[in-house]
Design a protein around this ligand. Structure first.
Ligand code: PLP
Length: 460
């Protein structure tokens, strides 16, 4: 089709891309291009205007994100028949990173709209009713005895944790648990902690802040490469055996044995981050490492994925001697975690609402992951999901050679948020080549939309 778009030679402040975007926006706004009208193929328009095809694709993508255009595989790009976005007289926002997130594929988030508000309100009311006046004092720094008792039962039942309430510490999520543990290990003389590479970015600064040296160790499809752990000079290894973050590897049985044997030989501690152990989709989750060697493993868990990060409750089960040193450090950190919230969580678990919520959430995440896999196939996006289907995010290997930072930035510029693997790598030259996509906080329909748009941003 013919399409008249007034484009001038580029000049400072008016590059061709900006001109083409505003010419197309005006054409839609004034009705010159009617709803449903098909636009020329990007190659054709690029030839007509004497610009690169890539520029036209970027402009179509931008206007699709803004709601002016819609793009469907097989039927090309058309003018949207949805109500037009309001015209703003304010200066245009900066084009790229500040753009609002429209498709939230950030890793690490559970379904925030699925938070069990009704259950939590009921648990909170019950906690308030049951709380004695003495519960309003400074709380026990190890955690409220009732939550420790109830949680010990839950962790034993669901994750195979050897969880004596006397060795269980309640903390503000995994993050505070690691912080208190790092200071305690350092005070006991530890110097070096091995961590998985790639992994959660804030582990290394927490460990370093406590005066520890961090040793990155690569991971493969069976989990952390235990044979790369030195036999001397490493005091602990921090690992995510249930679901390696972010590669999605489940630690293989032989690796589990090997890491425990290494810790036994070297007198080291294994720190097990079981951050999403409840969410395995293909079969029953493998039990935790700590149950196999409670004298060598410190187990850390969190409500951040099972409920929401804002709850800020986590737990740590450790060998008795270490536990006795952790409690005073937790006291110094904050004088104890909020007692009413702890009582509410205890109630939630006791009446079965926590289990019910997790079962429903697991089904939702299973469907969301399937939707992601199907969308990638349907829109022919050059991505392949790797790792075991579990948790609320996945590593997606890239099948083209776009740099993951570039793909992430391009996606962010049109309102799609996910992470480049480089955000999680300590060794910048490390494999794999990919992006980390969360599916916890987005509907299957929105996943499909995001992947359709994303497929237009990669150039094969
Ligand atoms: C690997 C890993 N561990 C632990 C956590 C939970 O941290 P916290 O309990 O401090 O929210 C997360 C959250 O994103 C995570 O990705």
């Amino acid at each position: 089709m013919e399409l008249f778009l007034p484009i001038e030679p580029p000049r400072p402040g008016r590059p061709r891309r900006v001109q083409l975007e505003s010419a197309l926006r005006d054409a839609v706004r004034t009705g010159r291009l009617a709803a449903g009208q098909r636009l020329p193929a990007s190659r054709v328009l690029a030839e007509d205007l004497g610009v690169s095809r890539r520029l036209v694709v970027e402009v179509y993508t931008q206007l699709t994100a803004e709601g002016y255009l819609i793009s469907r595989t097989g039927s090309g790009t058309r003018v949207s028949d949805l109500p037009l976005p309001p015209v703003t007289t304010a200066p245009a926002p900066p084009r790229t990173f500040e753009r609002a997130v429209r498709w939230d594929l950030r890793p690490g988030l559970p379904t925030l709209s699925g938070f069990p508000r009704r259950f939590w309100k009921r648990a909170w009311t019950a906690a308030m009713d049951a709380a004695a006046d003495s519960d309003l004092e400074y709380p026990d720094p190890a955690g409220h005895p009732r939550l420790r008792r109830v949680l010990a039962g839950y962790l034993g039942r669901v994750r195979g944790v050897d969880a004596d309430p006397q060795r269980l510490l309640i903390c503000a999520g995994f993050t505070q648990g690691l912080h208190v543990l790092a200071h305690t290990l350092r005070a006991r003389g530890a110097r070096t902690v091995a961590i998985e590479d790639p992994g959660l970015p804030h582990r290394a600064p927490i460990l370093r802040q406590a005066g520890l040296t961090v040793l990155p160790v690569p991971v493969d499809a069976d989990g952390v490469l235990v044979d790369q752990l030195p036999e001397r000079g490493v005091d602990a290894v921090l690992t995510t055996p249930a679901h390696q973050f972010p590669t999605g590897a489940i630690m293989a049985p032989a690796r589990r044995e090997a890491v425990l044997a290494w810790a036994g030989r070297c007198g080291a501690v294994v720190v097990e981050d079981d951050y999403d152990g409840e969410f395995r989709f293909d079969r029953r989750a493998v039990g935790c490492l700590q149950g196999r060697a409670p004298d060598r493993v410190v187990y850390l868990g969190s409500a951040s994925k099972t409920l929401a990060p804002a709850v800020r409750l986590g737990w740590m089960v450790s060998p008795a001697e270490l536990h006795a040193e952790l409690v005073p450090n937790k006291f110094l950190a904050d004088h104890g975690s909020p007692a009413i919230d702890q009582l509410a969580l205890a109630h939630l678990i006791e009446v079965g609402d926590y289990d019910r919520h997790i079962r429903a959430a697991r089904n939702r995440y299973r469907s969301a992951r399937q939707a992601l896999e199907q969308a990638i196939a349907r829109h022919n996006a050059p991505l392949r999901l790797v790792g075991t289907p579990a948790g609320v995010q996945t590593l997606a290997a890239q099948l083209d050679d776009t740099h993951p930072d570039q793909l992430t930035a391009r996606a962010r510029a049109v309102g799609i948020a996910f992470d480049s693997i480089t955000r999680y790598q300590l060794n910048p030259d490390a494999n794999p080549h990919g992006v980390v996509i969360g599916y916890g906080n987005i509907s299957p329909h929105a996943i499909d939309e995001a992947i359709a748009l994303l497929a237009t941003l990669t150039f094969r």
